[in-house]
Write a protein of this length. Structure first.
Ligand SMILES: NC(=O)c1ccc[n+]([C@@H]2O[C@H](COP(=O)([O-])OP(=O)(O)OC[C@H]3O[C@@H](n4cnc5c(N)ncnc54)[C@H](O)[C@@H]3O)[C@@H](O)[C@H]2O)c1
Length: 369
């Protein structure tokens, strides 16, 4: 299965590769490139898959350089971007060189940023390796790193020319990296496609076992919805904003958790925060009344054992409450006094609204802590 979409007069492709990676070497072969390729990969991906990709890259006649990363919010930094750029300078990369990143949303976002900055843009290919990245971050061109504790505060728009979804990756994906991408799929269902909700509900046992037919179908349904929202609004002025459903709260929760986390591991994956964020925004929209959308969202999050609140975390609740409230005001969608969110009261009918009722916000934040 493949997807093609256009931005301006430039075509972009998403390929699903079952077990043969010839497509990658063929695509690289066709490029007008200097045959220098930087392969950035996440350390936690199976060695076997990595070797198979490198073999395909070398088959195309490229000189392949490799750098290993570990995905985590803490590593989504300017330091990591500069490390890539320093390496490229040291090896004489040009704007006709290629970056291929193979990792989750963190490695994808920072590699795409490095690719957009180096010599004002090199060729960029991406292999997303978590469900969040497969259904969401791999396309749409948003690149970013976190800076001064603010999520995605430095970034550009730069689209991967080719994106490859590998069946081998899906099959070996650990449960959490698979599961945490499901809220982004659920988000697409609530925004535009009721059949996604049905598939998630009725086939949860098979989906949890990563059944290829359903997983592939969900990936491509979500990707199509995302493309339709962003293709005419890359800079997020109108309809693309709707894809932020759940993210005003999700980002504030993520930033507050990072600030209050002294441990060396990530407490909550981005996708898990999105699941909770969807519920928070649905509660704000419904004036705290448990409506059908809230019931459905909770039901699906529960079916996949995804968190619906943060009560299970042993953290200082009053600090967290203050920080979540404070970080809501750093959201990029805010244009006036109040933070904005995506309001959804009926399936498929999102709007962007302000949140002027701070008592209601605080009630919701207390409810999830
Ligand atoms: N650009 C966009 O449009 C967009 C959209 C959604 C999310 N994002 C960004 O994506 C990031 C979250 O992405 P994520 O959840 O993929 O996080 P991530 O990249 O940090 O990956 C999560 C964990 O999974 C591991 N991992 C990755 N692939 C693996 C594999 N195949 N097997 C085993 N382990 C693997 C990583 O090492 C990491 O520990 C956030 O920074 C978020 O802002 C960007």
């Amino acid at each position: 299965m493949n997807l093609q979409y256009k931005i301006g007069n430039q075509s972009h492709y998403i390929h699903y590769l079952k077990d043969n990676y010839n497509q990658i070497s063929n695509d690289i072969d066709k490029l007008e490139s200097d045959k220098k390729l930087l392969f950035l990969f996440d350390k936690n991906i199976s060695q076997e898959i990595r070797k198979k990709v490198v073999k395909a890259l070398k088959f195309s006649g490229c000189k392949v350089f490799e750098i290993e990363f570990i995905g985590s919010k803490k590593n989504k930094s300017l330091k990591a971007v500069l490390k890539i750029i320093d390496f490229m300078i040291s090896k004489g990369f040009t704007r006709k060189s290629t970056i291929l990143s193979m990792g989750g949303g963190v490695l994808g976002d920072l590699s795409a940023l490095a690719s957009s900055l180096y010599m004002r843009g090199t060729i960029y290919f991406h292999i997303p390796t978590t469900m969040t990245s497969m259904v969401d971050s791999a396309i749409g061109g948003k690149t970013a790193v976190n800076y001064q504790s603010i999520i995605n505060s430095i970034g550009t728009y730069y689209h991967a020319n080719k994106v490859y979804l590998l069946n081998d990756i899906i099959k070996l994906l650990p449960y959490r990296e698979f599961n945490s991408g499901l809220p982004e799929i659920l988000k697409c269902g609530l925004l535009k496609d009721k059949s996604i909700i049905k598939i998630l509900k009725n086939n949860h046992e098979l989906i949890k076992k990563k059944n290829t037919k359903y997983v592939k179908d969900l990936c491509f349904r979500s990707l199509r919805i995302k493309i339709n929202f962003f293709k005419n609004d890359i800079m997020e002025k109108r309809e693309r904003l709707m894809l932020n459903f759940g993210h005003t709260f999700a980002h504030a929760i993520e930033m507050a958790l990072e600030k209050n986390n002294s441990k060396n591991f990530e407490i909550l994956r981005h996708g898990e925060a999105v699941g909770i964020g969807l519920l928070c925004e649905l509660y704000y929209a419904s004036n705290l009344k448990e409506n059908k959308l809230i019931k459905t969202t909770k039901e699906i999050l529960n079916l996949y054992k995804l968190p619906i609140n943060l009560k299970y975390l042993n953290l200082n609740k009053s600090n967290l409450q203050n920080d979540i409230f404070k970080f809501l005001f750093l959201d990029k969608k805010k244009i006036n006094k109040h933070p904005r969110y995506i309001k959804l009261l009926n399936f498929g009918k999102p709007t962007i609204e302000e949140m002027p009722d701070y008592n209601k916000i605080n009630f919701i934040v207390r409810k999830i802590l």
